[in-house]
Ligand binder design. Structure first.
Ligand SMILES: [Mg+2]
Length: 165
């Protein structure tokens, strides 16, 4: 189903070519937190991710973390460590938080891309909001219990999709 299809499927955030996104007219990047930027079993993002975010900022991209995580302090701490604006309790797949992030960044849906590790929250939300999505592989196998249930369906849905390594 189209609503569950990411625009691209890439191994990890730092493999995404920023020059290519820029050339496509993208100017804003929304990022999921858990298992996209920060592994579920750690408190901080790996160095490669931090370096990639720095390059994105230097290039002129507007950046915003959009997280479903209910621990606002956790989200805000990561965001400030990474120098990102952030929205917690995003309730993806609902598109409202994405629209709020776009408004803050002063960019349109067409100029933005959402990067996340889950089909049924991140990709769905992006498609609802008319924002291109890039699905990344989760950084760890550690997930919340209900995410683990969604992962079963996700694996099935992703069977025919090749991941760019
Ligand atoms: Mg996630």
């Amino acid at each position: 189903m189209r609503i569950f299809s990411p625009k691209r499927y890439v191994a990890s955030v730092d493999r995404i070519d920023l020059n290519e996104l820029w050339a496509q007219g993208k100017r804003a990047i929304m990022l999921d937190r858990d298992n996209t930027l920060v592994p579920r079993d750690r408190k901080t993002a790996p160095a490669e991710i931090c370096a990639w975010l720095d390059r994105a900022r230097d290039k002129g991209f507007a950046l915003c973390m959009v997280s479903n995580n209910w621990h606002r302090d956790q989200v805000m701490r990561s965001a400030s460590e990474l120098g990102l604006d952030a929205i917690s309790h995003a309730m993806k797949p609902a598109p409202f938080a994405l629209r709020a992030a776009l408004k803050r960044m002063g960019r349109t849906a067409g100029e933005a891309v959402l990067i996340g590790d889950q089909l049924y929250t991140d990709v769905w939300a992006g498609n609802f909001a008319g924002v291109d999505t890039i699905l990344v592989k989760p950084q760890t196998e550690v997930d919340l219990w209900y995410t683990q249930i969604f992962r079963i369906f996700e694996r099935r849905a992703l069977r025919d999709l090749t991941c760019e390594e």
